[in-house]
Design a protein around this ligand. Structure first.
Ligand code: SAH
Ligand code: SF4
Length: 350
């Protein structure tokens, strides 16, 4: 797709025309990655965070959050449940922390999960920026994918949505993505869509960024305001949120059309803006869903953004609900599979 075509679609708001875009992206998905939707059960194991991203509800500066940390046993239990339910793989996500205790803890959990599931369960980490040594250590212990969003590929916009200090530098985020790739992880990145100050040109550059970084997987979703954050003072209304949702769908479709053989997640944030958000994401070309498998009692304390769905549901109830929703789209669940993107395998063969 040329830059002009991508920009034209980003600016398009005729619903009939957009339907043709989503249809084409869905067809491209079928032709390149098939109609299997892969599950990545996400364990949001701690909301303790050393950073202060201006948009995030669990930023260190938010004193209204009750902080928690799952025990090793609880995390292993989640993993065993996911393995039994044929989820194929899980994601371990938390706030960003760098202490030796934290790094050791994650390392032990990775190894124990690998052991207890006989190496069957795929494991993605989403634990932010860490040293190369830490990335390498976790990789050697059994994690093989890592999700770290660039948030926006524009260094200027990045600096507007983060505090201006050493802990929040665009260059460090970029370095992290490169290191992860070099170490051997399947690297995933992504952006928030509809950030205040973000233009269609920024979004076009985001897609070009995914391309240049030769990325294997994408997790992107709409930005959603959280009341206890500095960015909550920026006004918005329902109309703006509606447009933001549509823009996120367009980004999924345009990314699928530009990078046909990668994995793209239909993120939970889509569902926070629309009751059928994730299904619409699948129809626009996404092929991965990250069901929340965090024990219910912790879910309300992990709110990166407002109106997060499914915080009152049990994991078993979530599974039944999701099966029905995915059947409705016409896709099937790729039970028990890691579901690596064809792009990753092609990259490895080179
Ligand atoms: N601490 C790790 C992982 C948890 S945050 C990290 O930052 O990488 C995971 C993602 O949540 C972030 O990358 C960000 O894109 C997203 N996020 C945070 N606040 C958000 C908000 N208000 N709206 C939408 N997405 C948000
Ligand atoms: Fe912490 Fe991640 Fe939220 Fe930033 S986005 S404050 S690093 S949890």
């Amino acid at each position: 797709m040329t830059d002009e075509m991508i920009l034209r679609w980003l600016k398009e708001d005729d619903p009939e025309k957009l339907k043709t875009l989503y249809r084409e992206a869905y067809q491209t998905k079928l032709n390149n990655v098939g109609n299997s939707v892969y599950f990545r059960g996400i364990v949001e194991f701690s909301n303790i965070c050393a950073k202060n991203c201006n948009y995030c509800g669990i930023r260190a500066g938010n004193v209204n959050v009750h902080r928690y940390q799952l025990t090793r046993e609880e995390m292993v239990e989640c993993a065993i449940w996911a393995d039994r339910e044929q989820y194929g793989s899980i994601v371990l996500q938390s706030g960003e922390r760098y202490t030796d205790d934290y790094v050791d803890f994650v390392d032990e959990v990775i190894r124990e999960i690998k052991r207890k599931t006989d190496g069957r369960l795929g494991m993605t980490l989403s634990l932010g920026e860490q040293s190369d040594e830490t990335y390498r250590r976790w990789f050697e212990s059994g994690a093989h994918r890592y999700l770290i969003r660039i948030e926006t590929s524009s260094p200027e916009l990045y600096s507007q949505i983060h505090p201006n200090d050493e802990r929040h530098r665009y260059e460090n985020r970029l370095r992290a993505i490169r290191s992860l790739r070099d170490i051997g992880y399947q690297a995933g990145t992504g952006v928030m869509i509809g950030l205040p100050g973000q233009t269609d040109e920024h979004l076009l550059n985001d897609i070009r960024f995914f391309e240049e970084m030769n990325i294997d997987m994408i997790g992107m979703g709409p930005y959603i305001r959280h009341a206890d954050t500095p960015m909550s003072s920026i006004p918005e209304d329902d109309e703006l949120r509606k447009r933001r949702f549509e823009k996120a769908l367009k980004m999924i479709a345009l990314t699928r059309l530009t990078l046909p053989d990668i994995n793209i997640a239909a993120t939970t944030a889509l569902q926070a803006l629309h009751p059928w958000g994730r299904e619409r994401g699948l129809r626009a070309g996404a092929n991965v869903i990250m069901p929340n498998i965090t024990p219910r009692k912790y879910r309300a304390d992990y709110q990166l953004y407002a109106d997060k769905p499914c915080i009152d549901e049990d994991t078993d109830a979530c599974l039944t609900c999701l099966e029905k929703r995915i059947q409705g789209v016409g896709d099937v669940i790729g039970y028990g599979k890691w579901g690596d993107s064809p792009h990753y395998h092609k990259r490895m063969e080179k």
